[in-house]
Ligand binder design. Structure first.
Ligand code: GTP
Ligand code: MG
Length: 306
């Protein structure tokens, strides 16, 4: 079978394109003339810009303090030099070297988040990515809220050419995960990715449902490396911290997938999430296609942001 491959701009180019609103509109203007002097006005403009880009108040202040200290200590002459320093500071804030997935072992990725953020789409992209890397992913359609949800995931499973386990509409999502684990075991897979229904983080009963799924995973696959990824929509950045706290309490988050960066001026939310919650950003979504997910790289991201 011939695979149709459109010539697409590279992922970094697409990320930059997405973040160009941030760059051109906010941060770009400040660094527009790199030979300009660093003065109080510069710091004020930068503060506004970082807050507008969703870096959050606390994180913005921390970043500015660090930048001021570096400008002083290293006697940085102009805005161009300050920009280089800021890229390094942002990179440091977002870097994380905890390993993702266990090579040669069992792995589970549980995907959670509020409605419509891009959970199912990201799972399709992940399955395709890891399959291409030689792993054997399997999907669990634990969004049983609507029949269409399992259908949507099935389309992605077909595209990525990976097996999927699903039940009927209204079934217990934890039971789907239970069955998926049984099938996962019998077929010698090495990565189980579980979709879940979108839910508001302040709905207690829905959050308890996630706790139950998590318990099933821990009980049935006690040796597995478990990643619980919260999917955040970059275009609605503000609420990210509250969401992450609530989801963490119900099912123990290990990281973030930030989607829809191709259409937003709010890329800074990743800086806030990492800084305030210590949760690493694992992947970023830069489009709707199967290849539009990339592992997060702090250096490229901070460069693209500025
Ligand atoms: N532009 C863009 N669109 C995206 C991205 N990720 C997802 N989408 C789109 O966002 C919409 C919602 O995606 P889903 O994957 O269905 O979201 P979900 O979180 O599973 O939604 P629920 O299951 O209803 O809670 C779809 O139209 C996707 O194509 C992205 O990185 N960029
Ligand atoms: Mg979904």
């Amino acid at each position: 079978m011939e695979k149709k491959k459109e010539k697409k701009p590279g992922l970094f180019a697409r990320l930059k394109e997405g973040l160009s609103k941030t760059r051109g509109g906010l941060l770009g203007a400040i660094f527009g003339n790199s030979e300009e002097k660093i003065n109080d006005e510069f710091y004020e403009e930068l503060e506004d810009a970082l807050i507008m880009a969703d870096c959050g108040f606390e994180t913005t202040e921390e970043i500015l303090d660090k930048l001021r200290a570096q400008v002083k200590a290293e006697k940085l002459p102009d805005r161009g030099a300050a920009k280089e320093a800021l890229i390094r500071i942002l990179e440091e804030h977002m870097s994380d070297d905890t390993p993702f997935l266990a090579e040669g072992g069992d792995n589970v990725i549980l995907i959670v988040g509020v409605n419509g953020v891009g959970k199912t789409t990201s799972i399709g992209k992940l399955a395709s990515m890891y399959k291409a890397e030689g792993m054997h992913p399997m999907l669990a359609a634990a969004d049983t809220f609507r029949a269409a949800a399992a259908e949507q995931l099935t389309v992605w499973a077909e595209r990525a050419d990976v097996p999927i386990i699903k039940h009927g509409e209204g079934a217990d999502p934890a039971a789907v995960v239970f069955d998926a684990i049984a099938s996962y075991r019998s077929k010698k897979n090495d990565l189980l990715i579980c979709d879940t229904a979108g839910r508001l983080h302040n709905k207690k009963n829905l959050m308890n449902e996630l706790s139950k799924i998590r318990r099933v995973i821990d009980r049935e696959l006690p040796e597995a490396h478990v990643e619980v990824l919260l999917v955040l929509d970059a275009t609605t950045g503000q609420n990210a911290i509250a969401q992450a706290k609530a989801f963490s309490e119900s099912c123990g988050l290990t990281g973030i997938i930030l989607t829809k960066l191709d259409g937003t001026a709010k890329g800074g939310v990743v800086v806030a999430v990492k800084n305030e919650l210590g949760l690493p950003i694992r992947f970023i979504g830069v489009g709707e296609g199967i290849e539009d997910l990339q592992p997060f790289d702090a250096r490229s991201f901070s460069e693209a942001l500025l």
